[in-house]
Design a protein around this ligand. Structure first.
Ligand code: PAF
Length: 283
């Protein structure tokens, strides 16, 4: 596995692969890798001839400076995990490499970003769209791999790909969970023992919502209220939002739509760490 630190080195490498007719897979990450990331890398290695994994804690997508400062950074440990998973090139740029000058371009994803993460983290998806576009241009992948834990991010990137005619296929993978149900996340490393013991409660709230959505008997508002009530019974959990939405448009539901998948999405603060999770229920 090669480690590339500059945009020019990544471009040169991916241009060579393209000339050789190789199919390129890209797995964009911010590092502190876990099994969820590694499943994406293994899938990319199976489906592509060369796999680029980027590790870049992207400052432009953090609306909270403490979250950026405290985001776990473990490049050596990450590199050791990546080679056995099938990564061909690890792209590990400095901030000045990705942002030699400050960006002025602004993305507007309309209704898609006016809910949930977009509503609660101003500028977040602008930063994601900026860095993902740069990574697409530098690595020119045939396929790009994302985890569905960031459901709204997947929807935003899908829109970005369509609107800017990026010639690549987005592959979304289901959320990978710990044995007790907690969605794997790089931020889980920041949970202390007490918070870690409480964290699976989030998935319990989502599972309750999932069961109720499957029955389609309670209204979306009643499903939301039931899950919120379960989570409110844990005083250490500070729920930021819990929404019952259409899984594609991500707009809150007032009623069930026939044959449409539903998503229940949440964000919560626990022991100073912000966690997100979701479940998708097929229509
Ligand atoms: O999901 C992430 O880790 C980040 O948002 C991404 C896609 C790597 C962009 O910085």
């Amino acid at each position: 596995m090669e480690i590339l630190n500059t945009a020019a080195a990544l471009q040169a490498q991916t241009e060579t692969w393209r000339r050789e007719g190789k199919r390129i897979g890209l797995v964009p990450t911010m590092g502190a890798l876990h099994e969820g990331h590694l499943q994406l890398v293994r899938a990319a290695a199976q489906e592509c001839d060369a796999v680029v994994v980027s590790i870049f804690v992207n400052p432009t997508q953090f609306n909270n400076p403490d979250d950026f400062r405290l985001y776990p950074r473990l490049p050596e440990a990450d590199a050791a995990l990546l080679a056995p998973a099938g990564c061909t090139a690890l792209f590990l740029p400095a901030v000045t490499e990705m942002y030699p000058q400050s960006t002025v371009l602004r993305f507007d994803f309309g209704a898609l970003e006016q809910v949930m993460e977009g509503a609660h983290r101003p500028g977040h998806f602008n930063g994601v769209a900026t860095v993902v576009s740069k990574l697409f241009h530098l690595s020119r992948p045939h396929r790009v791999y994302f985890g569905q834990k960031d459901l709204q991010q997947v929807a935003i990137v899908r829109q970005l790909i369509a609107d800017l005619s990026f010639d690549l296929e987005l592959v979304a993978f289901p959320t990978v969970r710990e044995a007790d149900g907690l969605a794997m996340s790089s931020r889980n490393r920041r949970l202390d023992a007490e918070a870690r013991a409480i964290a699976p409660r989030l998935y319990q709230g989502l599972q309750l919502a999932e069961k109720l959505v499957q029955g389609r008997e309670a209204s979306p508002a009643a499903v939301q209220a039931a899950a919120q009530e379960l989570l409110a019974s844990e005083p250490a959990l500070d729920l930021e939002y819990l929404e019952v939405v259409d899984a594609q448009t991500l707009q809150p539901l007032t009623d069930w739509q026939p044959h449409r998948a539903v998503a229940v999405c949440l964000a919560a603060h626990l022991g100073g760490v912000r966690l997100i999770d979701n479940v998708v229920i097929e229509g």
